[in-house]
Design a protein around this ligand. Structure first.
Ligand SMILES: Cc1cc2nc3c(=O)[nH]c(=O)nc-3n(C[C@H](O)[C@H](O)[C@H](O)COP(=O)(O)O)c2cc1C
Length: 406
């Protein structure tokens, strides 16, 4: 797949006619000429080393992506579980492995109280991990049975995944566990056929309480894009959400090596050139990062979304429903990967809905999302965009198994 493609494109426009220059891209990043000169005058070689310019996606923080099949035992399936999508790459999980089950616990120290005050995404991410775990156990010759919230006295004990020997069961979903990444780059001006969307919807069938709503028409996509943009602005205007989000961003290779979590520059979907320049420059401030995120959301993420998907559950507030929604979300992301499609989770709207509720603010987003989803009695849990990628996504770091198996 070509990499040094123009930074920006639009589903409805001509990709080649809409590139913006690197200069404007850097300006949009809040990085002016002065900082570029500093980089060019000697600090650059230090940044090449310090910021991992030459080793994007390699080294110990990325080992999990190549080692997830190495161990045939049930414990090895945890290596698949930790590759799951999860909010802000907080990896909010702890696993306990016995000879009959893998118990999955939430790690409350990895909460995001301003971004995710009701732990909606936290629980969805745990559901994603359980899906990979079940697929990983199946491929190792173990049939798994999931019991959600097995101990009412311990809310962190989210799932007991009991297993017993069975014939090996592999699937196309299992095969792409190590290839699935969140793709935040531009997507092609190419619609996803309705039959393909319906094929992805089939993965919801196993979970009767979970439903998937596609927004693929021009008017639905425009309405969702507008809502996402407005929610992004509200998010960055909210100091608590902005600061908390920024605190998880890993700006240097040192940070990545130390924490092995959080979003990184490598995972932002940039071309190689932009990524290299961004890494050479001094780290962005929070406000410059926020402005850049808003700009990317406007000119890349929403502008090139071929379709949006929204996962809903009854009511929207039950932990079990969210865990189940996470399993479905992970299946859809894996199925999209197997179909050669790109997917980016986009949850600014639900994050603002929860934040308005937490702060007792008027509900400005909830009724509009509800109207768009048009499923009375059901609540949106997570949303994502889908399309044909222009660039391959790069992997994000993972903590080692030793840090999450206890
Ligand atoms: C519940 C949930 C919410 C997420 N929300 C967003 C989001 O709003 N924007 C985004 O770019 N990525 C979002 N993500 C993707 C995560 O940031 C991503 O899964 C994580 O950084 C790990 O990267 P990977 O998916 O490439 O392995 C979300 C993921 C989950 C499971």
């Amino acid at each position: 797949m070509p990499d040094d493609t123009p930074e920006f494109s639009a589903v409805t426009g001509d990709r080649a006619s809409r590139p913006i220059s690197r200069r404007s891209a850097l300006k949009a990043m809040g990085l002016g000429g002065a900082t570029i000169l500093v980089g060019a005058s000697g600090a650059a070689s230090y940044r090449v080393f310090d910021n991992g310019v030459l080793d994007a996606g390699s080294g110990a923080p990325y080992d999990a992506w190549s080692q997830w099949r190495d161990d045939d035992s049930p414990k090895g399936a945890v290596g698949a579980a930790i590759l799951a999508a999860n909010p802000h790459n907080t990896q909010p999980w702890i696993f306990h492995v016995t000879d009959r089950s893998v118990d999955v616990f939430a790690d409350p120290s990895r909460d995001m109280p301003a971004v995710d005050p009701y732990r909606r995404e936290h629980h969805v991410g745990l559901g994603c991990a359980v899906e990979n775990l079940v697929l990983g156990l199946g491929a190792r010759g173990f049939r798994a049975e999931v019991k959600w919230l097995p101990d009412p006295a311990d809310e962190t004990y989210v799932a007991a995944v009991a297993f017993e020997p069975a014939p090996v069961s592999t699937s196309s979903l299992h095969e792409v566990i190590g290839d699935r990444h969140s793709n935040r780059g531009p997507y092609r001006a190419q619609r996803v056929p309705r039959t393909v969307l319906e094929g992805l919807s089939a993965h919801v069938a196993e979970s009767p309480d979970v439903q998937l709503r596609w927004l693929a028409s021009d008017s639905d996509r425009e309405a969702m894009s507008a809502l996402i943009l407005e929610a992004t602005e509200a998010f960055i205007d909210d100091r608590g959400q902005s600061e908390e989000s920024f605190s998880w961003f890993r700006n240097s290779r040192d940070d990545i090596d130390k924490h092995r979590d959080g979003p990184t520059l490598d995972a932002q979907g940039f071309s190689t050139t932009t990524l290299t320049v961004a890494k050479l420059l001094p780290a962005s401030s929070r406000s410059a990062g926020d402005r850049f995120w808003l700009d990317q959301t406007r000119t890349v993420h929403t502008a090139t979304a071929a379709a949006y998907g929204i996962i809903t559950v009854p009511g929207g507030d039950h932990v079990t429903d969210r865990l189940q929604a996470g399993r479905v979300l992970q299946r859809i992301h894996l199925a999209a990967t197997a179909d050669g499609l790109a997917l980016q989770h986009m949850n600014q709207v639900t994050e603002r809905i929860d934040r308005e509720r937490q702060l007792g603010l008027p509900a400005t987003f909830a009724p509009r999302l509800q109207d768009l989803v048009a499923q009375p009695g059901r609540g949106a849990v997570v949303a994502f965009r889908l399309g044909h990628a222009i660039r391959t996504a790069r992997p994000s770091p993972r903590r080692p198994l030793g840090a999450v198996i206890r």
